[in-house]
Design a protein around this ligand. Structure first.
Ligand code: NAD
Length: 476
């Protein structure tokens, strides 16, 4: 990937998103002013602040971009990586606007980034960097339950989110909704069950829905269903690991995996749980039993498979390697893994590319549920779980009395069970991923194969955001 990045040093991710937007905008009815407003990043905040690391003062470069205020709060993750720059954060913030529109989450798009390599710092140092970032956001009114609500992204997780909520709450004493200032928190700090795995699970639900439709599978020479499909996944972080786990658990054959140290491939399949254990023990996925090693992890993308899931960073499939991709389906779990050049090449090859702004929207969907939970100050299921169980018990007893038959103990358990928080979160996520898929597919089909799925998804998003701007009214 490093090689790919250097090779495309002048590639602007934000211009890539704008190019894709323009391609789709042609198919919408909005005047150019509205389209221009939708595309623009409303606020860009670049900060530099000092943090003492050991004996030195380090000047930290960080960003928060609010792409759209057509709905509030704004929403989007925070990334820790040495590749963070203004162009990248702007691109990721704009993707968030379209993503929220596609899955009907009533937020505007935003994104944050800190230009650090988190591996180089101790947890104590990371805490100082994160808390100072959070207080910079508070100072400028760039964070808050009704303003802008960050979440985890590449290089961050629940730990960072708990530092942020704690910093926010101590600077805003008495704010009753303070917990809703950030999502992806640990469950003990106001998080919601199911958020950690949400993006990966959403990726699985989305690809499963695509693979359900016989007509679409026939076009690319595949049978329906996930079972037996050969899958390659790049990146075993939060998104990649969970996606790999759900594909594996549901009968797909995970033939290839890669991390920054390299890739492994075995056409008979890899046991994702064992690979992760092996990596924990040895510090690398390389030399895993029975698998072929790829020293350059990016080579894994070009191996034989049905479904390819890039789940690390952007720009990994581009004008120089797209031609060698063998997958029939590419599921964009990462944001922006394909450049517009790659899109064109893959479209000509007949590959179905399921776009990031839909496929990885499971994270923001469940973040929305977490925000709702924080604002309502009650766990999902707390009010109605017992009520449902009592109703189910009564119903089942009536049926058994009337028929004189009894269900098995396993069936009884399933029938009586009232929903826990995680059941509700999963069902809300599953429903969202399925219904949004069909909205996009309808748009895709309406163009009878003349546009790719990304363009179709963009038209769905532009239509929703455009209407929202029109209804807001443009002030004189
Ligand atoms: P993460 O930090 O948890 O995981 C990323 C993983 O990729 C790490 O394990 C890292 O070592 C690995 N990696 C780095 N370079 C690599 C390379 N060259 N080849 C293979 N692997 C490499 O981050 P994440 O949260 O899983 O995010 C991954 C992608 O998914 C990003 O594009 C992010 O924007 C997107 N995304 C994340 C979420 C979320 O909820 N976390 C939601 C939507 C989209």
């Amino acid at each position: 990937m490093e090689a790919a990045k250097t090779h495309h040093a002048h590639y602007s991710f934000f211009h890539g998103v704008e190019r894709n937007f323009d391609k789709a905008a042609k198919y919408t009815r909005f005047e150019s002013g509205i389209l221009e407003q939708i595309k623009a990043c409303n606020s860009v905040y670049r900060m530099k602040y000092p943090v003492r690391i050991g004996d030195n003062i380090e000047v930290i470069e960080a960003y928060r971009v609010q792409h759209s205020h057509h709905k509030l709060p704004c929403k989007g993750g925070i990334r820790y990586s040495m590749d963070v720059n203004q162009d990248e954060v702007m691109a990721l913030a704009s993707l968030m606007t379209y993503k929220c529109a596609i899955v009907n989450v009533p937020f505007g798009g935003a994104k944050g980034g800190i230009k650090i390599d988190p591996k180089k710092y101790t947890p104590f140092e990371l805490e100082k960097i994160t808390r100072r970032y959070a207080s910079e956001l508070v100072k400028k009114n760039f964070i808050g339950p009704g303003i802008d609500v960050p979440a985890p992204d590449y290089g961050t997780g629940a730990r960072e989110m708990s530092w942020i909520v704690d910093t926010y709450a101590s600077l805003k004493p008495g704010e009753v909704d303070a917990l809703a200032c950030v999502t992806g928190k640990p469950v003990t700090q106001g998080g919601v069950r199911g958020r950690t795995e949400a993006t990966g699970l959403g990726v699985y639900y989305g690809i499963r829905e695509l693979c359900h439709i016989a007509e679409d599978m026939k076009k690319i020479g595949l049978t329906t269903g996930i079972e037996g499909k050969k899958v390659i996944i790049q990146g075993l972080g939060n998104v990649g690991y969970h996606a790999a786990k759900y594909f594996f658990d549901n009968g797909a054959i995970v033939v290839g995996l890669s991390e920054y140290e390299g890739g492994i491939y075995n056409e008979k399949g890899l046991d994702i749980y064992k690979v992760v254990e092996f990596r924990k023990a040895t510090g690398s996925i390389l030399n895993y039993e029975g698998a072929t090693n790829f020293k350059n992890g990016a080579d894994i993308l070009e191996q034989e498979c049905d479904i390819l899931i890039p789940a690390a960073l952007e720009n990994v499939i581009n004008g120089s390697n797209a031609i060698r991709i063998k997958a029939k389906i590419i599921g964009e779990a990462a944001n922006g893994p394909l450049t517009p050049e790659a899109d064109e090449i893959l479209d000509r090859k007949g590959v179905i590319v399921v776009p990031d702004m839909y496929l990885n929207a499971g994270g923001v969907t469940v973040s929305y549920f977490e925000w709702l939970k924080n604002l309502s100050h009650v766990r999902f299921g707390r009010m109605d779980k017992r009520f449902s169980e009592n109703q189910n018990t009564f119903l089942l007893k009536s049926v058994e009395d009337l028929t004189g038959k009894r269900v098995t103990d396993i069936e009884r358990e399933q029938l009586l069970h009232g929903p826990d928080e995680v059941d509700l979160v999963y069902s809300g996520l599953e429903d969202t991923m399925i219904s949004s898929y069909h909205e996009i597919r309808d748009a895709w089909m309406s163009h009878k194969g003349t546009v790719d799925m990304r363009t179709a998804a963009f038209t769905v998003a532009i239509n929703k955001v455009g209407v929202s701007y029109e209804e807001l009214g443009i002030f004189p």
